[in-house]
Design a protein around this ligand. Structure first.
Ligand code: 2OX
Length: 480
């Protein structure tokens, strides 16, 4: 018995000292998890103020802007129904020929302050700017590339101007950086030969220099978002992705990094070989959303989703009639859907070559902005509520307040709500409206009346809730 006791103490002490040296903690006994050098460095959500800010922001504006805004989906008189940012591939253009677009780079209407003002009016709490897309053209004067704004007739440092305007406007700036680079001679999709490995190592060194350069030049950024990390060459270099994440965190305290950067010792991406999220938030929900019923496990970690306005158009494309274009309310529903499952949503705009936004995007910004101005309290700082999903819309939660965001009001004018065990609704009030009637209708079930003056478009009702008193319920749970 004594031996067993000593054993427990010794184990506890050694676990403690181990953790003190290395904050990697594992929930499962070591024999059930494999040991990883480049796996998750944390279990569960980050809880520091910078992460809380990332999370509370909830709604961001993605901006894809580059040479593809000039070609705008058209090459030699032919319009391609593919992403305008992939035109170089679709039209089989060589990188050198593609880069002749640099001579035409003329962002005469680019005004960083106007971008920031629009983002803020729209209700976006951060901008995610593409600093370099897959084509390799850099929106900042990188010392490591000949394909940058500095080699264009205009020379303005777009990233620098936006970083300054974001800082002055009090809105966060996240930088997107594509590792995949079609313009770089050392990029490899796979490593078949020793020469490939040597070239790809030079490439990783180049990418590291550029990332370090961005973090040094623009230290006010709060997030780095990596893309183009899905190829075999990259997956074989998980060590590098762990190194880059650590480097950025040393350089910019509090910075957040997306899971798409990361690969572990075995090339497993986003989630390591033990199933733990790498990076600070999952970035896999691109042009899709988790199912509100089947995918609830996602509420256990931070995540960010992404939506385009036309289907799969990120950069400016001159012809928006080639695919369905989402309406402002459909975009709003995606934002709310994400927040209701504990995630953020980033809506993508692709500015014109001149640096102004197309009329459809300006209209989108207006409608979403007006809605957020009225109902944003149900979005910012809100989280998964844990209440049953109903067809009329979504629940979000902030502290003790539960929000109902109604997208599909039923003809009955009654919104049926299933409350968690032991909870009762004490008051329901339309946000920017009046109190509305609620009625307990069955065990753990209430009907909330739609406000008599029904707002145009999606609207919000705020619920006050209380623990039920310790007396028999009006309705009893069925015995089966
Ligand atoms: C998908 C399949 C094959 C090759 C590339 C892709 N891809 C590229 N998927 N996403 C992207 C980029 N991520 C978005 C945020 C955009 O930048 C898009 O170009």
């Amino acid at each position: 018995m004594k031996n067993l006791f000593t054993y427990f103490i010794a184990t506890a002490v050694s676990a403690f000292t181990l953790n003190a040296q290395n904050p990697v903690m594992r929930p499962l006994p070591a024999d059930q998890e494999i040991s990883l050098r480049y796996g998750a460095d944390r279990l569960g959500k980050r809880q520091d103020p910078a992460m809380q800010r990332f999370r509370d922001n909830r709604f961001g504006l993605f901006i894809h802007w580059g040479l593809y805004a000039i070609s705008a989906g058209e090459w030699n008189g032919k319009i391609y129904n593919t992403p305008s940012s992939f035109l170089q591939k679709s039209a089989k253009i060589s990188p050198t020929e593609w880069m002749t677009l640099m001579e035409k780079w003329n962002p005469e209407k680019f005004d960083a302050k106007k971008w920031v003002d629009m983002a803020k009016k729209m209700g976006a709490r951060y901008i995610k700017l593409v600093t370099k897309h897959h084509d390799g053209f850099c929106l900042w004067p990188s010392a490591y590339s000949q394909y940058t704004v500095a080699q264009t007739p205009v020379k303005r440092d777009i990233v620098g101007e936006l970083a300054k305007a974001c800082k002055e406007g009090g809105i966060d700036l996240h930088l997107y950086y594509s590792i995949l680079d079609w313009s770089h001679p050392d990029w490899r999709y796979s490593l078949k030969t020793h020469e490939d490995t040597i070239a790809f190592n030079r490439f990783l060194n180049f990418a590291e220099n550029q990332i370090k350069e961005l973090a040094t030049r623009y230290p006010t950024i709060t997030d780095f978002w990596f893309d183009g990390t899905w190829d075999e060459s990259f997956n074989k270099n998980g060590w590098w992705s762990a190194h880059i994440e650590k480097m950025l965190k040393d350089m910019i305290p509090g910075i957040t990094v997306n899971s798409r950067l990361r690969a572990d010792d075995y090339g497993k991406r986003h989630f390591d070989s033990n199933g733990h999220l790498m990076g600070d938030y999952e970035s896999g929900y691109e042009r899709k959303l988790p199912d509100p019923v089947k995918d609830l496990k996602i509420t256990k970690w931070d995540w960010e989703g992404y939506t385009t306005l036309p289907e799969n158009q990120w950069g400016y494309h001159k012809d928006w009639s080639l695919s369905y274009v989402k309406t402002p309310y459909e975009v709003l529903e995606r934002i709310v859907h994400a927040v209701s499952m504990g995630g953020n949503m980033v809506v993508n705009f692709g500015p014109q070559a001149d640096g102004d936004f197309r009329p459809e995007e300006k209209e989108m910004a207006n409608v979403i902005g007006n809605w957020m101005h009225k109902y944003g309290e149900a979005v910012y700082g809100c989280d998964y509520a844990g209440w049953t999903k109903k067809d009329w819309g979504y629940h979000t939660r902030k502290g003790n307040d539960i929000y109902m965001i109604v997208f599909n009001p039923p003809y009955s004018n009654k919104l049926n709500v299933i409350v968690p065990d032991g909870i009762k609704i004490t008051k329901a009030t339309a946000v920017k409206g009046e109190e509305t009637k609620t009625e307990e209708v069955a065990h753990n079930e209430f009907n909330v009346n739609i406000p008599s003056v029904r707002p145009e478009g999606p609207f919000v009702i705020k619920l006050q809730i209380q623990q039920k008193e310790d007396k028999p319920d009006k309705y009893f749970k069925a015995l089966t």
